[in-house]
Design a protein around this ligand. Structure first.
Ligand code: SAH
Length: 259
């Protein structure tokens, strides 16, 4: 079947000595792309993050190396991962680097690709569905909607130093009507305060989409004023979305929620 798909869609083959940096999508294993599935079928070795579903990994007989973070503990440093990718490729392996969501969205895929480029290892980027778009879709929240927002801002709540992202929050607040925040649960209170100080309204709809596109998905509907409190009890793996488009969740929610 996979061979037929590869042939009919004229998909490239994962060659020896190559690294494919692939996005697995957010949670639901069905959200991986055809190219991603091809890579799973062809890889000799897979380096994966904690966010990649076990069901996907189980499809492949390849050697699997866990290179992620669990409970905030970094089990593998970024440089070590990049070095390992280079070493495996130079060893002639077909290497699949599998990441949750999209590899180039807050996933450090750019840094890994830079390391490969500098080491002259051939690579391919296979985009995936990012949690801030696909995860919202699983909550019935269109990331853009004609009646509510013509723009959207994607933000990470904290940087590599683990502190609240240094951003001009007043400018963020005046910018796109819809804000989608990754890795922001811990700083939800500070972020909400900064946006309120900058003039956003406390009654503005907000949602926390936790474990999006997973069997334990929870959609917590709140407001900007209620965000800090809602975040306190939300599960760790959460996307926060602030904006009028969140109201559509009432009408468009299509997946049974355990919340
Ligand atoms: N590259 C990934 C993001 C990695 S950063 C992507 O494109 O989706 C990790 C953050 O993504 C988490 O802290 C969380 O904010 C968000 N995230 C990833 N998967 C998620 C999911 N299934 N449900 C909710 N949030 C998710």
């Amino acid at each position: 079947m996979m061979e037929e798909i590869t042939q009919k869609l004229q998909l490239p083959v994962l060659e020896k000595g190559w690294v494919w940096l692939v996005g697995a999508g957010p949670g639901d294993p069905g959200l991986i792309t055809a190219l991603g599935l091809c890579a799973l079928a062809q890889a000799d070795v897979i380096l994966h993050d904690a966010l990649v579903s076990d069901a996907l990994l189980a499809l492949s007989p390849a050697e699997k190396i866990y290179a992620g973070k669990r409970a905030g503990v970094r089990s593998c440093k970024q440089d070590e991962i990049s070095d390992l990718l280079v070493a495996l490729a130079k060893d002639g392996k077909r290497v699949l680097r599998l990441k949750g969501g999209d590899p180039f969205v807050f996933g450090r895929g750019g840094e890994e690709a830079q390391a490969l480029a500098r080491a002259r290892v051939p690579f391919r980027i296979v985009p995936g569905i990012t949690a801030g778009i696909g995860g919202l879709a699983y909550a019935g929240i269109p990331v853009t909607h004609r009646d509510t927002n013509h723009a959207v801002t994607f933000i990470t709540g904290h940087g590599a130093d683990g502190k609240l992202t240094r951003l001009d929050w007043a400018a963020v607040s005046r910018g796109a009507p819809t804000l989608v925040l990754y890795m922001a649960r811990k700083f939800a209170g500070e972020i909400a305060d900064a946006l309120l100080d900058a003039g956003r309204s406390a009654g503005e709809p907000a949602a926390i989409v936790a474990n999006a596109a997973r069997p334990d998905q929870q959609v917590i509907l709140t407001t900007l004023g209620g965000l800090a409190r809602a975040a306190q009890t939300a599960p760790t793996l959460s996307i926060i979305v602030i904006g009028e488009n969140v109201r559509l969740a009432g009408e468009l929610s299509w997946l049974a929620s355990t919340a």
